[in-house]
Design a protein around this ligand. Structure first.
Ligand SMILES: CC(=O)[C@@H](O)[C@H](O)COP(=O)(O)O
Ligand SMILES: NCC(=O)COP(=O)(O)O
Length: 237
């Protein structure tokens, strides 16, 4: 079964835009779980443009589904995650000034670093996932790092699928098949949406989790949060 983890970064974006506490991030996380979400994802970035480090702490007691914290494993991030001990940490190699996550790890070049960081999280009972491009060699490299899971970076698929190029799924299917053979869990995220999620899910064997934020929140502006979450859950069945 593929779990839906709702990324609530954009709720924090809206909150921060006025400097107050509306919409309340914790209240929204409680509501999405009540509406059926099977996880909550946040991606606190060093500049705290949306989710703040304090949000990550505040959410911990309120997330009773799966709590996924994403980010670049800089020391401050590592320390925070070790304190919070979420269900899962997803390591993303994005630069401080990136407008959003824009690449997966080079699991071969950064093997030694990833082995060390992943070991520390796993020793603290935190499930690990690393953000990767759909490249077979990178999946093989991910296995060597000792990570529990990979998260397939799906921006390229979403863009091409939106242009009508269904063949864009092929590298993702091949990488998922390899991950399954290597006993690596398969997550996916970035630019997944109501338009592309069923096609994606149907072509990814063993897909355990999708984390979706930007499109889900945008769709909710027109269709309502509870309705959109139920629509995703139906498409993920
Ligand atoms: C790793 C990933 O794809 C998401 O966490 C994405 O980075 C969302 O970040 P923003 O909400 O800052 O775009
Ligand atoms: N890991 C992907 C994520 O959490 C949300 O990405 P997006 O749906 O906001 O592009």
């Amino acid at each position: 079964m593929t779990k839906l983890s709702v990324n609530i970064n954009k709720i924090a974006t809206l909150r921060n835009s006025r400097g107050g506490d509306l919409p309340n991030v914790v209240a929204f996380a409680k509501d999405v779980q009540r509406f059926g979400a099977e996880g909550v994802t946040v991606h606190p970035r060093p500049d705290e443009r949306h989710i703040r480090y304090q949000d990550a702490y505040d959410l911990k007691p309120e997330v009773y589904t799966e709590y996924n914290i994403e980010g670049n494993p800089i020391p401050k991030f590592i320390d925070m995650v070790l304190e919070i001990k979420p269900t899962q940490v997803t390591l993303v190699p994005d630069s401080i000034d990136a407008i959003t996550s824009n690449a997966g790890w080079d699991t071969i070049k950064h093997k030694d670093f990833l082995v060390e960081v992943i070991k520390e999280f796993k020793q603290n009972g935190i499930r690990t996932s690393i953000f990767v491009d759909p490249v077979l060699e990178q999946i093989e490299g991910a296995k060597v790092t000792g990570t529990d899971r990979i998260e397939l970076y799906t921006e390229a698929f979403a863009h091409q699928y939106g242009l009508g190029n269904e063949s864009a799924i092929e590298p993702y299917t091949a990488c998922a098949e390899l991950a399954n053979r290597l006993n690596l869990g398969v997550n996916a995220g970035h630019d997944l949406s109501l338009d592309n999620i069923k096609f994606f899910k149907d072509h990814i064997p063993g897909l355990l989790e999708v984390s979706i934020g930007h499109a889900l929140i945008s769709e909710s502006l027109y269709l309502g949060v509870e309705n959109v979450i139920q629509m995703y859950l139906h498409k993920l069945k």
